[in-house]
Design a binder for this molecule. Structure first.
Ligand code: NAD
Length: 513
């Protein structure tokens, strides 16, 4: 079963078209056009034209569109659930929690905070400078922002960066994944219903060709969420054009279970981390390191709980489908490689034989090591490999033995120890006694280290990342000082040298500077 298929062309001048099928029953769910570079550039030009008027609105006015969008979203929750479930195969509960609840929170948060975070900031200056100059930091929009998104969170991963870029005064071109394009089209329709002016948000459809064309178009920033391999291409394109980009990329998140952890909670957290969104979650728990003293107890608890999970597409299911066949191939190859190299399968380890669609059973493995793909490469599936380690030091060494660095979790009853361990993990964020929830905590900067990304979204800097931080320095004497700039001469030089000796070489001077 292929869920993205090329539609046979009827003429050479026509853009390519793609047919999409549902992963649960293989039924066609729609077609999209792969928009060529000329259409992408035309969209950028429309966005460029609409941007000055949008930027001229106050932040408060722009935030009011987010609030109206929130109202529309609350009215049209069922449309979002239906679209997301149809194009992903995720569970209804996950469509609500991950996509709708998180989207409502993002809209409400950015609408509330943006006016304060984007307001001009007066900064007091140091030393004698304070008597001469005034500094104000302005957060000015960048212009036209390109947002490229993946398929695992098709509504929220499009909405959150879009809301931030818009409220910051940019116009947006959104290029969703060709695997799940319909949620982004619905998003744009809902923003239109909320009254967003024409040209302020446009969705373009297509695959990598369209995404690459967007990176080459006359835009001012790319906000990219997706794989490491594509992220590198996006970074190269942005580097050639000298425009900024943020890259939110893949991960191989470790979970560390200490001897003093609450084992039942840790086991439940491991399941949530590994199986939520059928494991297709950038910050999903991809590998567990449990210290020897509690390894047997923890593994037994995980196995007991995993065996009780229900899989399917009814509203009562716990674990949904794999969103497209390419991911199924990766999952199967990782498990096969682990089993060949001696891993033990406790639960799952195969496609679900009772379901027709793309379902892989929630799986628990033990006796795994770092020679296996399952411990090294991003699996992005419902697989929980558990590795026994001697102590916390070995757990940290193993957690860092990767080129990824997106999220990590630590389970312990000792908050002080957790903070110490957290700082030793090379990771974009760390959650203690929870699965990785960082993306849902809007105040927390979210990003990846190592190959997992560049830059951060959310938090103050995430929102301000859609702006240029413009310092405006005003002379307190209306420019009269510049009259004494020239001529240079020995007297002036001696005066400056004396001032330097006083300001930085005496106690009073140091206090003043
Ligand atoms: P992908 O890199 O294959 O595709 C992502 C987007 O890039 C799609 O819209 C695609 O059409 C587009 N694209 C493809 N080639 C392009 C090119 N040359 N130039 C510009 N755009 C191009 O990723 P995916 O398979 O859709 O998503 C899964 C990956 O995303 C996983 O690795 C996952 O960990 C990661 N992810 C990361 C985060 C995060 O916040 N860090 C969140 C969700 C997913």
């Amino acid at each position: 079963m292929a869920i993205v298929e090329p539609v046979p062309s009827t003429g050479s001048d026509e853009p390519r078209r793609l047919l999409l099928r549902n992963t649960v029953n293989n039924e066609p769910i729609g077609e999209i056009e792969v928009q060529p570079a000329a259409e992408v550039q035309a969209a950028v030009e429309r966005a460029r034209k609409a941007q000055p008027e949008w930027a001229a609105l106050s932040v408060e006015r722009r935030a009011s569109y987010l609030r109206r969008m929130l109202k529309v979203l609350l009215e049209r929750q069922e449309d979002v659930i239906e679209t997301v479930v149809r194009e992903t195969g995720k569970t209804r509960t996950e469509a609500i929690s991950m996509e709708i609840f998180a989207a409502c929170d993002a809209l409400s948060f950015h609408a509330k905070r943006a006016p304060k975070l984007l307001a001009p900031e007066k900064k007091s200056l140091h030393g004698v400078m304070r008597f001469m100059k005034k500094l104000t930091i302005h957060h000015v929009p960048l212009g036209v922002v390109g947002i490229i998104t993946p398929w695992n969170g098709p509504f929220i991963l499009a909405l959150n960066p879009t809301a931030q870029a818009l409220v910051a005064g940019n116009t947006v071109i959104l290029k969703p994944s060709e695997v799940t394009p319909f949620s982004a089209h619905l998003l744009a329709e809902m923003f239109e219903q909320a009254g967003l002016p024409e040209g302020v948000l446009q969705v373009i459809s297509g695959d990598g060709e369209t995404g690459a064309a967007l990176c080459e178009a006359e835009i001012d920033k790319i906000s990219f969420t997706g794989s490491v391999a594509t992220g590198r291409k996006v970074a190269e394109a942005c580097a050639r054009k000298l425009i900024p980009c943020t890259l939110e990329l893949g991960g191989k998140d470790p979970m560390i279970v200490c001897a003093d952890a609450d084992i039942e909670s840790a086991a439940a957290g491991a399941l949530a981390g590994a199986y939520m969104n059928t494991g297709q979650y950038c910050c999903g728990t991809e590998r567990v390191y449990v210290v020897d003293a509690v390894a047997d107890e923890f593994t037994a608890e995980v196995v007991k709980r995993a065996a009780q999970l229900r899989q399917g597409d009814s509203g009562e299911s716990d674990v949904g489908a794999i969103f497209w066949p390419n991911q199924m191939e990766i999952i199967e190859s990782h498990v096969a490689d682990a089993v060949d190299r001696g891993a033990r399968v406790h639960v799952g380890g195969r496609r679900n034989p009772n379901l027709e669609g793309l379902y892989y059973e929630p799986t628990v493995l033990s006796e795994v090591d770092h020679d296996m793909k399952i411990m090294r490469d991003e699996t992005f599936g419902p697989i929980l490999p558990i590795m026994r380690v001697r102590d916390e030091d070995e757990a940290i060494a193993m957690a860092n033995d990767t080129h990824y660095g997106l999220g990590a979790t630590i389970w312990t009853n000792d908050d002080f120890k957790a903070a110490q361990l957290a700082q030793r993990i090379e990771s974009g964020s760390v959650c203690v006694n929870d699965m990785t929830v960082t993306y849902g905590v809007m105040e927390a900067p979210f990003g990846g280290r190592k190959s997992s990304g560049v830059g951060q979204v959310n938090g103050e800097n995430g929102l301000r990342g859609y702006c240029y931080t413009l310092p405006v320095i005003v002379d307190r004497f209306k420019g009269k000082n510049s009259r004494s700039f020239y001529p240079y001469g020995a007297k002036k030089d001696e005066g400056m040298l004396k001032a330097a000796r006083f300001l930085f070489g005496t106690a009073l001077g140091r206090w003043l500077s």
